[in-house]
Design a protein around this ligand. Structure first.
Ligand code: CTP
Length: 132
């Protein structure tokens, strides 16, 4: 039995998010997702996500590919989370390529290709430009 873990904000949920979760789940038997908290996003980007963490969690948790979700409260706790959930494989989009190789001592690290031409930032920009 293989456990896969991945992390993300999953704000303004889009098809790129579904694709990576679907492909991550296909690599193992159980998929666990760390959904970053509102505060973690604020500390990283100086803005809060559009959707609050409870709603982002509910959306991700509602997908058939996802077995369990938890809040990722700190970027520094990745090792702790991987060990806590006994993950065999860490999956990240290839925008993070190489950045998580430090965890190869405790699990397999797989970078999956991002879905082209869609991102939360781009969707927010399109919606806000409609307001002008
Ligand atoms: N992802 C993907 N393909 C996309 C967008 C995201 O595979 N087109 C993946 C990311 O690589 C990550 C996960 O989905 O592993 C969650 O990404 P997140 O940062 O929440 O979404 P983005 O749309 O990339 O958001 P932003 O534009 O704010 O960076």
């Amino acid at each position: 039995m293989k456990t896969v873990i991945t992390f993300g904000t999953f704000d303004v949920f889009h098809v790129g998010h579904v694709n990576i979760l679907q492909r991550a789940s296909a690599l193992g038997d159980t998929l666990i997702v760390g959904v970053s908290t509102d505060e973690l996003n604020f500390s990283k980007k100086q803005r809060y996500p559009v959707y609050k963490q409870r709603d982002r969690m509910k959306i991700v948790n509602g997908l058939r590919y996802v077995n369990y979700c938890f809040y990722e409260e700190s970027l520094e706790k990745k090792r702790e989370y991987i060990l806590k959930y006994d993950a065999d494989i860490l999956v990240m989009g290839d925008d993070w390529k190489g950045r998580f190789d430090e965890f190869k001592d405790i699990c397999e690290v797989v970078y999956l290709e991002r879905t082209p031409s869609v991102s939360t930032t781009q969707i927010i920009e399109i919606i806000s430009s409609d307001d002008d």
